[in-house]
Design a protein around this ligand. Structure first.
Ligand code: 5AD
Ligand code: SF4
Length: 442
């Protein structure tokens, strides 16, 4: 074991759940070469940023971080700084001149090279490892996991959809799925280790396909839920075009698959969906929602929505508000559009909605959604919900925080319970983001 400070590492993770899962994979590669995970940045001789490029503000956050690390490197000449993930994959070598703190760059398909990049940086120079490799699924790698209760299980990587606003196809490359048998093996190991929740991950998880076996995502989900019958199974993110009746029926048939679907809509206007290259209309989206609700009446739906995409008129924005009001999603991730260099929109469309208009529209969307979430959460008062306790609540160790199957956060009196317990909670109060309650039975 190389225990001295130069051989300890710390990873800051930005962005989506896939990045969180990737941090576990990078850590596994570094640990396999004898590097040790530091408990905080100050103790680490190697600092990695695992980055997200999906929106401009995510990129801004990295810039601030790199400035801070540059100051640190001036004080500690041996400190090694690497940037991994989506930003280096599309900003490439220009990052070295923009941010002098950086010693090496690694893209989403080259995490295996990180230990050797560290070694090479030690002998001098700056290095980039940014090849795409559509065969790389990190199959068989056992990630270092942050939690003993919930685990991410990446089942596919990359995206072939080419939504006009989205940089992901350019940073994460083409879709590729993990072999069916590898996913099942990982799930079996996690179940045996006592994990209570597993989230199957993919940029476009429901386009999962094991061609050799002829299995789609519904087949995989069914098999996973049977392999780990005591474990909550979740999955994200789904694309509307790949929601099938067989997938929804599988969720209904298997008790341990959470009744919860994250289904990004991006806009309530078919004209905008066309410009966004989403591959479906609003009528088709509504049909998918109707299909889901006909089979899963209690489903918790959530979505992503973008305000102010290229060419968005006031009536398109109104259509987004109408859609939110009609569907009444449990929750939504809401963004204003920012151009991402290299995307279809950056090349072919004009970013013509002025920033104050984008921000005003986004605020209207947020206000409406908060009202709806608040109303839905109020309706939960007096009901008993099943909660998986995840951790102590931030405010007090006398309370725990957990989630319902529909992914609602619940803070409740701890009594005799511990993180990892699945219990019934009586809901006594609610805000638009959190339910509060107490155990329904002791
Ligand atoms: N601007 C704003 N939001 C974006 N998203 C993706 N690209 C952009 C962009 N250029 C949002 C989408 C996607 C989520 C992960 O991020 O809503 O579903
Ligand atoms: Fe981006 Fe669209 Fe792929 Fe999602 S489905 S990662 S929004 S290109």
């Amino acid at each position: 074991m190389r225990a001295e400070r130069g051989n300890t590492f710390f990873i800051h993770t930005f962005g989506c759940q896939m990045n969180q899962a990737d941090t576990g994979i990078i850590s596994a590669f570094l640990q396999a070469e004898g590097y040790c995970l530091a408990t905080n940045e100050a103790d680490a001789g190697i600092i990695l940023l695992n980055t997200c490029a999906v929106r401009e503000n995510a990129v801004d956050r990295i810039e601030h971080f790199l400035q801070h690390l540059y100051g640190q490197k001036k004080r500690d000449k041996k400190l090694i700084v690497g940037v991994a993930g989506c930003i280096p994959q599309y900003r490439r070598e220009e990052m070295f001149s923009l941010y002098p703190a950086i010693d090496f760059l690694a893209g989403p398909d080259t995490y295996r090279t990180i230990p050797s990049l560290v070694e090479q940086v030690r002998s001098g120079g700056k290095l980039a490892s940014l090849e795409f490799n559509s065969a790389e699924t990190y199959d068989g790698v056992e990630p270092v996991r942050q939690s003993a209760i919930s685990a991410f299980v990446p089942v596919m990587r990359g995206c072939n959809n080419m939504c006009a606003y989205c940089v992901v196809p350019f940073t994460r490359g083409r879709e590729r799925s993990q072999p069916f048998s590898s996913v099942i093996k990982e799930v079996r190991t996690l179940a045996a280790a006592g994990y209570r929740e597993m989230t199957l991950l993919g940029q476009n998880v429901n386009s999962y396909c094991d061609m050799e076996r002829g299995s789609d995502f519904a087949d995989l989900l069914d098999a996973v839920s049977r392999e780990a019958p005591e474990t909550r199974i979740r999955f994200t993110t789904s694309h509307p075009k790949d929601i099938s009746a067989s997938l929804v029926k599988t969720i209904a048939a298997r008790q341990n698959i959470c009744n919860s679907i994250h289904l990004p809509v991006q806009s309530g206007s078919s004209r905008m969906l066309g410009l966004m290259n989403r591959g479906h209309s609003i009528a088709e989206y509504r049909e998918k929602i109707a299909l889901i609700r006909s089979i899963l009446p209690d489903v918790a739906l959530s979505t992503d929505i973008i305000a102010g995409f290229c060419g968005e008129k006031e009536e398109d924005h109104q259509a987004s508000l109408e859609l939110l009001a009609d569907i009444r999603f449990d929750s939504a991730y809401m963004f204003f559009y920012s151009t991402r260099p290299g995307t279809l929109a950056a090349k072919t469309l004009e970013d013509d909605v002025p920033e104050p208009v984008k921000k005003r529209r986004l605020q209207e969307i947020i206000d409406l959604q908060n009202r709806i979430s608040g109303e839905l959460f109020q309706e939960a008062i007096g009901t008993v919900v099943e909660v998986l306790a995840e951790s102590e609540s931030r405010r007090s160790s006398a309370q725990l925080m957990g989630r319902t199957a529909g992914n609602r956060a619940v803070v409740f009196d701890r009594e005799c319970y511990n993180p990892g317990d699945l219990l019934s909670v009586l809901i006594t109060a609610a805000t638009s983001a959190t339910l509060t309650g107490r155990p329904a039975q002791v």
